[in-house]
Design a protein around this ligand. Structure first.
Ligand code: SF4
Ligand code: SF4
Ligand code: FES
Length: 335
């Protein structure tokens, strides 16, 4: 069983009776794209597909978070069901017949991609660009993108007071990035409102509840309480929201600055797993290194201790490694 499949298994809702009797879950048989499959009861359709190598695009889904069904790019057709179902959250049933690549499924995914890509900057998300080609999506059919809003304008919009849309443009969520601290940048022009950061900051991982969705309709956006700057919010800078963001809307400042300078190149980076030196929990750190310099720290999703999460020290406290002692005779003379 792959690490991801194990995580999916771990995430299955556990019944008290299962724990007490330690019974293996019963097997469920279903058909996926004409292939008969047998998987444990409670498995999601998405996990069942992955077990047999059928890939389905996902954006709001992550193995370590509860599904919120926000993006709908993972929909599949289930025979007898009136509507397409989100494969990331719908669990398998005995005798189910699933089609993952029917014309109806492809049409739905194409429209989701067109709506997202016409309104959100997805330039930092290469897999979405690949899906746009794969599904022949045409985001520009809604017209040229509307100009970016002034800083703070979208956050200031009042629910129930909508400006009429400008028919010359496709509506966008474009706005300048919010840079109000040294550790990470919030670039909500790239936000698809997948809720992953809210889940990670809230009940799924961090339980800090520093961010949530504010506003209604097209003005809905991720926000701190009362839109206060991050340093004035409940945020503890764990960066667990950055770790789950699928579009780069939340990004470590080091990465943001390097991308802005045109020197962020993942193809030449190496990664090394090590143990965080700061405390006895011993979280696994994955250090991303470019030309001998640490540029980012993450933690593996499949790590049983961290599940991809870190605290501020593990996530951001590595810059001392790159500090060099001053040359002899300079400053206080210490080496
Ligand atoms: S850094 Fe941590 S505390 Fe701050 S918003 Fe992100 S998840 Fe919440
Ligand atoms: S900031 Fe990122 S993780 Fe949060 S809702 Fe937007 S796209 Fe999703
Ligand atoms: S990935 Fe399933 S609804 Fe978003």
């Amino acid at each position: 069983m792959t690490a991801i499949a194990e995580l999916v298994q771990l995430q299955r809702p556990t019944r008290a009776t299962d724990v007490n009797r330690r019974v293996a879950p019963r097997k469920v048989r279903l058909t996926i794209d004409g292939r008969e499959v047998s998987v444990p009861d409670g498995t999601s359709i998405l996990a069942a597909c992955r077990m047999i190598g059928v890939e389905i695009p996902t954006l709001c889904f992550l193995e370590t978070l509860h599904p919120v069904n926000a993006c709908r790019i993972c929909v599949v057709e289930v025979e007898g069901a009136r509507v397409l179902v989100p494969s990331c959250s719908r669990t398998v049933e005995e005798g189910m017949v699933v089609r993952t690549d029917s014309p109806r499924v492809r049409h739905s995914r194409k429209l989701v991609l067109e709506l997202l890509a016409s309104s959100v900057d997805l330039s930092a998300t290469p897999e979405v660009q690949a899906w746009i080609d794969e599904y022949d999506a045409k985001p520009d059919r809604f017209g040229p993108p509307a100009p970016a809003a002034a800083a703070g304008a979208r956050a200031a919009a009042q629910p129930g007071h909508h400006e009429p849309p400008d028919p010359r443009y496709a509506a966008t969520v474009a706005e300048p990035p919010t840079i109000d601290n040294d550790l990470y940048v919030r670039d909500y022009a790239k936000c698809i409102l997948c809720y992953k950061c809210v889940e990670a900051c809230g009940p799924d991982h961090q339980n800090t509840f520093a961010i949530a969705v504010a506003g209604r309709g097209f003005d809905a956006h991720i926000s701190t309480e009362f839109t206060v700057p991050l340093p004035d919010s409940a945020c503890v800078y764990c960066g667990n929201c950055i770790a789950v963001c699928p579009t780069g809307a939340l990004m470590a400042k080091t990465e943001f600055d390097r991308r802005a300078a045109g020197v962020w190149d993942e193809s030449r980076m190496t990664t090394t797993d090590t143990i965080c030196p700061y405390c006895g929990v011993g979280c696994t750190l994955t250090l991303h290194v470019d030309d001998g310099e640490i540029v980012k720290a993450t933690s593996p999703l499949e790590n049983a201790i961290t599940q991809g999460n870190l605290c501020i020290k593990g996530r951001f406290g590595w810059r001392f490694v790159g500090n060099r002692a001053p040359p002899a005779g300079n400053g206080d003379g210490r080496r």
